[in-house]
Design a protein around this ligand. Structure first.
Ligand code: SF4
Length: 647
């Protein structure tokens, strides 16, 4: 069955074929001639299979949810799909969607003064009470301004009027909201499943009692997990570091506590009827999140800290959801997502159920984040076409010394034996991911990347007799550049300068040429200039906002797309705004420095992060949560791996 075939559904509000026909006749926000001249017009017309299509005028509260990048990427975002489901499953709420118009449409909308609109209702964004924007990566910040601008909403929250939507940000970048604090009325810190329903309550009360915008924001500031930037004031020391960060409104708490769904049970909202876009999305598949968080404590990884504690989803729930998602969408691929899927406790039992189901129906299974061990290889051999596919390892560092510093929890022996098993299993393509510029990295650590790549290639030639080889082994190494992130043990670390990144990349490149099996090796490194911007945004403070605004006003947009990013414009804006890259990126922060994000309590304590920073300096490894609890603080959420022993 293909995704475009109709299937009956029992879900309330889901469209039927006749509703779709009605929708096809509705007035679209973009005139026909515009739709005919832009790339992929299906990005802007809504009406996707499994979209809710409720009547906005018949619900009490309406929100529009934005993914500030192009539709093709936004529709695949799981967080967005969860929120879309969460609001729309309530009879009293309406949730539309909006994405960044691609530059071709952006230009036309400005020329013709067409206001930005929700794809489902085709109504202007300004008609909604709330505009919620998910912030999955820092490089989307100018796209946030594009969305506000095209919607006719003042870019600065202080300029907004009573009838403008309240603009709320969320997602992983909300864990340091300060660089974009001026553009948002509020931020949601934590998991939407346990916070966003409260917004519906606020709005109902606001309507009943005729509350002003300020009163609504004061109510929002009192909801656990919400932060209203206008109610706080930062002050700075002479050296530019943060001196204090104080609430200036009596309704604003001193600390904003991240909210977490302690139990990941079947009652939580989930897109069991996932949207099926008309145009092929970046990820044309159903996504099943098997667990949240990660038991391992890689010291560079923000997700590994801000989603603690690790929580498994219930096995029976996953079985039911998988079947419902596939049957309701017709998708031909099921993606099992999480930060480390093979750490899901009931993984084997789930696979015993889902593999025969998918095999019978010719549905592919994708598992993007597996650790390479014998069990995982066995699984991969059953779900992949070995001849066509490549295996991915992420050693992150070439030497054991540096892998211990970053707490990767992976020995060279495990990497090589994993590779050997894979080659014996029939694979002959391997992708290796490394990061350059991690704290305390030396040239020797960098040179160890080609050496390790070569050792992996050598495993192939040792393990597979010449007569049985399917050509040469193909080992593709790629490196990205390390960016220190808030709420990680490396939040104190200096970043490397672009020229140093390039020098190290060249060391890897030259090293590849010196290896015995060099013809089997290839190397690619990622853009260093975007990394520099990402560094400023990741650990910046409220003073960064003026540079973001200036860059947007000077044509910056879609900075996450390397062919769109205007590096020189950004550097000029930083200069004009007095933003020093030395200050934000290239200095080591002292352990007693107050950070712009310290007012957020994520459960994991700063004391734990400091201990981990010290352990990194000493090259000490910290065991994972299942081996031994290290007392990170996330136990306060009363759920997940912290309580597994007691079950
Ligand atoms: S409290 Fe212990 S078990 Fe729980 S997340 Fe932290 S380190 Fe892991």
């Amino acid at each position: 069955m293909t995704a475009r075939e109709e299937k009956p559904s029992e879900r309330p509000f889901t469209h039927s074929k006749s509703v779709l026909c009605e929708k096809e006749m509705r007035k679209l926000a973009l005139p026909h001639d515009v739709l005919m001249q832009i790339e992929k017009p299906a990005r802007y017309i809504g009406g996707e299979y499994n979209s809710y299509n409720k009547n906005m005028d018949e619900t009490e509260v309406n929100v529009v949810f934005c993914f500030p990048d192009v539709y093709d990427i936004g529709t695949a975002n799981l967080g967005m799909q969860i929120i879309y489901e969460q609001f729309n499953r309530r009879p009293d709420a309406y949730c539309d969607r909006v994405y960044s118009p691609w530059p071709d449409l952006d230009k036309i909308m400005r020329e013709r003064h067409i206001p930005l609109f929700g794809v489902e209702s085709q109504r202007p964004i300004k008609d909604f009470s709330y505009l919620m924007i998910t912030l999955s990566y820092e490089m989307c910040y100018t796209n946030v301004l594009q969305v506000l601008d095209l919607s006719g909403i003042p870019l600065l929250s202080r300029d907004r009027r009573e009838d403008d939507p309240i603009v709320i940000g969320g997602g992983s970048c909300a864990y340091n909201p300060e660089p974009i604090a001026d553009f948002f009325d509020a931020f949601n810190i934590g998991e939407s499943e346990v916070t966003l329903d409260r917004i519906v309550d606020v709005e109902k009360e606001a309507r009943k009692n005729g509350l002003t915008r300020l009163q609504r924001l004061e109510m929002i500031a009192q909801i656990p997990g919400f932060y209203v930037p206008a109610f706080y004031k930062p002050s700075y020391n002479d050296d530019g570091t943060l001196k204090a960060f104080e609430p200036v409104n009596p309704h604003a708490p001193r600390t904003v506590k991240r909210q977490v769904a302690a139990q990941m049970d079947g009652s939580l909202p989930y897109p069991k009827h996932p949207l099926v876009p008309f145009s092929r999305g970046m990820m044309d598949r159903a996504t099943l999140e098997v667990m949240r968080g990660c038991i391992r404590g890689c010291r560079f990884c923000q997700a590994g800290m801000i989603y603690r504690p690790t929580r498994n989803r219930d096995l029976q729930t996953l079985k039911d959801w998988a079947v419902e998602m596939l049957e309701s969408s017709g998708y031909e691929e099921l993606n099992l997502s999480s930060l480390a899927t093979s750490d899901y406790t009931d993984f084997a039992s789930f696979l015993d159920f889902i593999m025969p189901y998918c095999e019978e129906r010719k549905i592919n299974i994708g598992i993007p984040s597996l650790r390479i061990d014998a069990f995982s290889l066995d699984v991969m051999s059953k779900i992949q076409d070995i001849k066509k596919s490549s295996l991915t390892f992420a050693p992150e560092a070439g030497s054991q010394r540096l892998r211990d510093i970053i707490n990767k929890g992976l020995t060279e022996e495990a990497i090589l034996s994993g590779a050997r098993e894979a080659f014996l299993g029939g694979w002959n393509k391997v992708k290796l991911y490394f990061m350059l510029g991690q704290p305390f990295e030396t040239d020797e650590d960098v040179k160890a990347i080609p050496v390790l790549s070569d050792l992996i290639a050598r495993e192939y030639y040792d393990a597979i007799p010449k007569s049985e080889r399917n050509g040469r082994v193909n080992v593709q190494a790629s490196t990205s550049f390390f960016v220190p992130k808030p709420f990680t043990p490396f939040q104190w670390a200096p970043m490397m300068r672009p020229e140093e990144f390039i020098r190290r990349a060249m060391l890897v490149k030259d090293g590849m040429k010196e290896q015995l099996n060099r013809k089997s090796l290839s190397y690619h490194y990622h853009n260093d200039l975007q990394t520099e911007l990402e560094g400023v945004f990741a650990r910046g403070d409220r003073r960064i906002g003026k540079a973001i605004l200036m860059a947007y006003e000077n044509g910056c947009m879609y900075d996450a797309w390397s062919d769109q990013m205007k590096y020189d414009v950004w550097m000029e804006c930083f200069n004009k705004c007095g933003i020093s890259l030395d200050f934000y990126n290239y200095r080591e922060r002292s352990e007693d420095e107050l950070f712009p994000w310290d007012f957020i309590d994520i459960g994991v304590t700063k004391a734990f992060l400091k201990r981990e920073w010290k352990a990194a300096k000493e090259g000490r490894v910290t065991p994972n949560c299942r081996e031994r609890c290290s007392g990170c603080g996330a136990r306060c959420y009363q759920g997940g791996v912290c309580f597994e022993d007691q079950v």
